[in-house]
Design a protein around this ligand. Structure first.
Ligand SMILES: [Zn+2]
Length: 251
């Protein structure tokens, strides 16, 4: 709780800092109108500066393919993004450990995230519904410790560079062996294991959208599984069919 409070205070402090743009507010006072009017012809009294003011639209932070559903408290479960996303990272999740009979209940899954300080940009339900938990312009907490491409900038910092997508699913018995005994696994409904056609279709469209907007190559070096970064992880696991979201690799 102490850390949560600390993050909250830090987030508030950051917001307060961002809310006061000291440089921009000084700019107008350095262009005294009296000087300009007396020394320059009238045409220049319509300075281009006045037409330039920043009216750029805010960045698109939620895919149009998703339902905005910020079920997680943003300030406590994300950071401001400092770097453009370079990767899309795929995971799977469920609440099967605590709720063996209702593992895909979204409230239970949200509770799991909150309990373990996890957050994610998108979560795709069994019926293909895409929910945005954390907008793309914030850093979600899904990658954890790991390393990638032997590049130290990614080591333990992949959250800063990756948009995270969770698929609501239960993996193979091997994937789940950390959490369930084989008897527990075999007692589960077989239709819960693996990924649905609707999920693959929704995921493929979302990956395409993300890769286009952030100019991320849609290949196996940039659309990666959690396990490629954290070998101790087992998602999206051996039931996930990469050919459904990536074009066949050449050569
Ligand atoms: Zn994961």
């Amino acid at each position: 709780m102490k850390y949560r409070f600390l993050w909250f205070v830090l987030a508030l402090a950051c917001l307060a800092g961002c809310a006061a743009p000291p440089v921009e507010t000084q700019a107008p006072t350095t262009v005294p109108t009296t000087v300009a009017e007396t020394t320059l012809p009238p045409e220049t009294t319509l300075p281009p500066e006045t037409t330039v003011p920043e009216t750029t639209p805010p960045p698109i932070t939620v895919s149009p393919l998703a339902v905005e559903d910020f079920l997680l408290p943003l300030e406590e479960f994300s950071w401001e993004r400092q770097f453009d996303p370079e990767f899309v990272m795929i995971h799977f999740t469920s609440a099967v450990v605590a709720h063996r009979d209702d593992p895909f209940n979204m409230e239970y899954i949200r509770d799991t995230f909150i309990t373990y300080d996890i957050s994610i940009h998108y979560i795709i339900q069994r019926d293909g519904t895409v929910r945005c938990y954390i907008p793309e312009d914030r850093v979600a907490w899904h990658a954890g410790a790991g390393e990638f491409l032997n590049d130290p900038k990614y080591t333990n910092h992949m959250n800063q560079y990756a948009i995270g997508i969770e698929l609501v699913a239960i993996g193979s018995q091997e994937d789940m062996s950390l959490y369930l005994t084989s008897r527990e696994y075999q007692a589960l409904d077989d239709s819960w294991k693996g990924f649905t056609e609707e999920q693959y279709q929704a995921l493929s469209a979302l990956v395409e959208d993300l890769c286009q907007r952030y100019e991320i190559p849609r290949d196996e070096a940039h659309v990666i599984g959690h396990q490629a970064y954290s070998p101790s992880k087992n998602d999206p696991g051996e039931l996930f069919d990469w050919s459904r979201i990536l074009p066949p690799s050449e050569g």
